[in-house]
Write a protein that binds this ligand. Structure first.
Ligand code: KG4
Ligand code: ZN
Length: 338
């Protein structure tokens, strides 16, 4: 039997919907980005995000069904991101999905956003199967997760302060780039000298697989401000390159250490920061040396999208996960608590 899942995502600033076929084949993938609007404010404005989701969601879902050549009657289940994320933004997606599921008499499948990011690799890599280790680095999250099965996860490292993407965005801002700045740092880094500025790698006490990005971010901000105050020219391409190199080393070294300690021979990377060329190259290089196989999502599936929710929704559907009209959105929820 072939299973078609409609996936709906609205946890941050992209209104997105997609139809998956048997989990790994994507029949449509529609993303309405609000980035241009939030750019003016240097970051996502939650109230604006919620309003735009409410305006766009019907058309985005309709377009996802049309592009897939489906009507609602062809759909076996409606998957929706219910946690974590901006609460007002999540509520638009969950309310819409609840109404649609009730009206069309279809199963409603609650999907965790991070599980969705992890699933983005299943779409591009048909051979990837749990168990494996996944580094998830996005604008809101940085964690090292054991993917025990398609629906069971154990988080073994997390950030103590800023998420990796947040650190990229804040450093980009001080270097004069618009939100979201990660991709601008990535481009600038290609022109700069990554060894020009020595930046600190913060020590994290306690869990050895936890991250801390705030010290690194503050060092970049201080360097930029000091140069400005003294009237010195800042080599911003080299500062971007030095930051990217240090952040990549932090993310990759902890993931590789965890893979060794937990005996994983397969590592995946997911989330917006998995688009970063420095992270991708270093992960391939370091894992390659140790015989660890690496899976990276295609660039168009690194950021938030509906396909990853439709894909994870398929595995949650097979696992019997269901929600009813009492489904609520949850702003903060660990992957281990689903
Ligand atoms: O996964 P995502 O789209 O949204 C969240 O769930 O947070 O991640 C967005 C984050 C932003 O911080 C953005 O700057 C970062 O991913 N990002 C990048 C790159 N492309 C996007 N960071 C570094 N290098 C990139 N090429
Ligand atoms: Zn995300």
């Amino acid at each position: 039997m072939s299973v078609k899942i409609l996936g709906i995502e609205s946890s941050c600033d992209e209104t997105a919907a997609s139809v998956s076929l048997d989990g790994r084949t994507i029949l449509s993938n529609i993303v309405a980005s609000q980035v241009e609007e939030h750019k003016k404010f240097g970051g996502v404005v939650p109230e604006i995000a919620s309003r735009r989701h409410a305006e766009n969601i019907l058309e985005v879902v309709r377009a996802a069904l049309d592009e897939a050549g489906c009507t609602l009657s062809d759909i076996d289940g409606i998957a929706v991101t219910y946690a974590p994320g901006l609460i007002g933004a999540l509520l638009v997606g969950t309310s819409f999905a609840k109404g649609l599921a009730m009206a069309a008499d279809k199963p409603l499948i609650p999907v965790h956003h991070i599980a969705g990011h992890i699933a983005s690799n299943y779409i591009a890599h048909p051979d990837l199967e749990p168990p494996y280790l996944c580094l998830v680095a996005s604008g809101g999250h940085s964690q090292i997760t054991e993917v025990l099965s398609y629906t069971k996860f154990r988080v073994i490292g997390r950030t103590r302060d800023d998420a990796a993407g947040e650190a990229f965005d804040k450093c980009a801002r001080v270097l004069g780039y618009p939100y979201p700045g990660g991709v601008h740092i990535d481009r600038a880094a290609k022109k700069g000298d990554p060894d020009k500025y020595k930046l600190p790698i913060p020590k994290v006490t306690g869990s050895e697989y936890d991250f801390s990005f705030s010290g690194l971010k503050t060092a970049v901000i201080n360097l930029a401000h000091n140069a400005e105050q003294k009237g010195e020219a800042l080599d911003s391409d080299s500062l971007a390159a030095s930051f990217q190199k240090t952040a990549s080393e932090m993310l990759v070294s902890k993931t590789v250490e965890a893979a060794k300690a937990f005996g994983y021979k397969t590592v995946a990377v997911a989330g917006g920061v998995s688009a970063n060329s420095g992270v991708r190259e270093l992960m391939l290089h370091e894992c390659g040396k140790r015989g660890i196989k690496v899976y990276l999502p295609p660039l168009d599936l690194c950021g938030d999208n509906g396909a990853m929710i439709a894909c994870q929704g398929y595995y949650d559907f097979l696992d019997g996960k269901r929600a009813d009209e009492s489904l609520n959105a949850i702003a903060t929820l660990s992957l281990e608590d689903i």
